[in-house]
Ligand binder design. Structure first.
Ligand SMILES: [Zn+2]
Length: 231
């Protein structure tokens, strides 16, 4: 009996020590994983009451068919066109929230210039005003410009980047139209040397969105929507 106790106790202590060490290593690795998941200044959260109040009657219009629970509020860090670090906000569908964070983290690492990332509600949900200000945004419950069809932005499944320098160019009634109106000088001669924010097919932002399974409006044949990425 004594012999048994003599051998059992040290073994139990040894096991306990291993379990503790195991837990310690587990939590240590967990904290590293958490750190790797989102960088400082990048976050994903549900739409709280304060954000909802900002969106109400603007991007979240009357008759909005998207559930608040399906949207996410993101904070992102980005470099502007002057190389200054800025904090941006975006609302998108929860289905693409992780993609958007990963894309913006990679753009931030590369110091890719993005002038503004503000909620479109700061422009009263007016897409033209937001684009004229070169703002990048996602969710806005609205139809595709000039149609009654809901845009992928209405579901928060599309993102527009550096909108002034990457306008939406299409023909309507035999006339070429450019949105935003002040984006006309950037509709043709789309060489990056003219402006660093012009997105071409080999552009880092375009490549990152495509890697995450998005379609780019710059690839479309009839209508060119250079600012637009959608899933
Ligand atoms: Zn768009």
């Amino acid at each position: 009996m004594k012999k048994n106790i003599h051998f059992t106790i040290p073994y139990s202590l040894l096991t306990l020590g291993r379990v503790r060490e195991g837990f310690f290593l587990f939590f240590l690795s967990l904290s590293f994983i958490c750190m790797a998941q989102t960088k400082d200044g990048f976050s994903i959260s549900k739409i709280n009451d304060e954000v909802m109040a900002r969106m109400q009657g603007k991007s979240f219009r009357k008759g909005c068919t998207v559930a608040r629970e399906d949207l996410r509020y993101l904070t992102i860090m980005h470099y502007d066109h002057n190389g200054k670090v800025k904090r941006g906000e975006m609302v998108c569908n929860k289905a693409i929230a992780k993609d958007i964070i990963e894309i913006f983290e990679a753009l931030y690492d590369a110091r890719y210039p993005i002038e503004k990332v503000r909620l479109i509600d700061e422009y009263d949900g007016d897409d033209e005003r937001s684009m004229q200000d070169n703002n990048s945004s996602s969710f806005n419950f609205r139809p595709i410009s000039g149609t009654k069809t809901l845009s992928r932005h209405a579901l928060g499944m599309a993102v527009d980047i550096n909108t002034l320098y990457n306008p939406y160019v299409y023909t309507s009634g035999g006339m070429q139209r450019v949105e935003p109106a002040n984006g006309e000088p950037w509709a043709r001669n789309r060489k990056k040397s003219r402006n660093v924010m012009i997105m071409t097919s080999d552009d880092l932002c375009v490549r990152l969105f495509k890697q995450h399974g998005f379609r780019w409006g710059g690839d479309w044949k009839v209508r060119k929507d250079y600012q637009h990425f959608e899933k």
